[in-house]
Design a protein around this ligand. Sequence first.
Ligand code: ADP
Ligand code: MG
Length: 371
Amino acid sequence: MRVQRLSLRDFRNYSAADLDLRSGVSVFQGKNGQGKTNLVEAVYALAHGRSHRLSHLSGLIRKGADSTIVRATVVSGDRSLNFEWEINREGPGRHQLSGNLVKALDFSRSLSVVMFAPEDITLIRGEPVARRGYIDDVACSLSPKLRGTLADYDRTIKQRNSLLKSLRLNRRETTDYNTLDIWDQKLVSLGAEIVTARENTVSLLRPFLVNRYATISGTNDDITVTLHMSVTTVDAPYAQSFADQLRERRADDIDRGQTTVGPHRDDLNLSLNELPAKGYASHGESWSFVLALRLAELDLKRSHGPAGDPIVILDDVFAELDSQRRMHLAESLLGVEQVLITAAVEEDIPESLRLFVTRISDGKILDESVA
Ligand SMILES: Nc1ncnc2c1ncn2[C@@H]1O[C@H](COP(=O)(O)OP(=O)(O)O)[C@@H](O)[C@H]1O
Ligand SMILES: [Mg+2]
């Protein structure tokens, strides 16, 4: 699929921008802080319902404005859809698909994006939350309604934690223990659903990842990815084990005012030649791993995602890579219908990808130049 036309109103540092986009590769070049990431973030956010670098949607609204509108015409095969997303500082937002009011989920069902960004190095070097975010995003792209299950789970954890804190102060309120039982049951059923989706996604990703890593690194290094569950399941099914462990840890959880077991503590184990990538992989190996994770995501969304062939965004990633990885990445993207690349330094991008370059300066999109 591809975005044919993109319009932004009061989005980040753009007051108004209207842009026709081609199929194939487009490069957006500009100095730092001009709005390159903001531009591609609009496409990413449309597909994911959130920013890749900000937890509050209101940050997407231009400073001083009350609302923003992102519009995109997306072409997929012979189908064309008009996406329109309004975000308001006060009050709810609004999603429209070709003129009909829809839910955010419906955008994810019809628009697929894979983005590579410099912050992706946290997939290897960062905390578990980055890797959970990755696997959950991929899992949600296969099954968009999982997004709701994850939100429900997070809400329940917050409710349970605040109850734990109040029990710590006042241990004799028996009705509160009944409420705790209810939260626990809810966590167990939502958690089982989340873990099943994660496990399923990891097994689907694995063969793509191994393949992509071999190509990107040009080695026979052995890489593995597994889901590291916080709940230990030795001889009981997941739900039973999770329920048991919540009960066993209840007193401890009350002391800490926190839920110490569950999918919110899961991680992905990524290893290279039997050593954890985190802490052992070199800078270059870590980047090969990151590229392989994103390319595997592309492969999986393409083969299993409901929305079809993803649009690929490379936000300032070539600057992070050596010349061999740049070349391999460029080759890996052959056949992708639309690739949007941003860079501060044009020469960082392999020449084969630099046919059409658009300059960006201070929230304005200047004319395209053709090589
Ligand atoms: N909500 C906002 N309103 C106005 N300006 C913003 C907003 N969010 C970010 N910016 C500005 O956008 C610029 C960064 O744009 P960005 O796309 O990240 O730059 P780059 O071209 O380096 O990728 C900064 O100057 C920042 O202050
Ligand atoms: Mg940027």
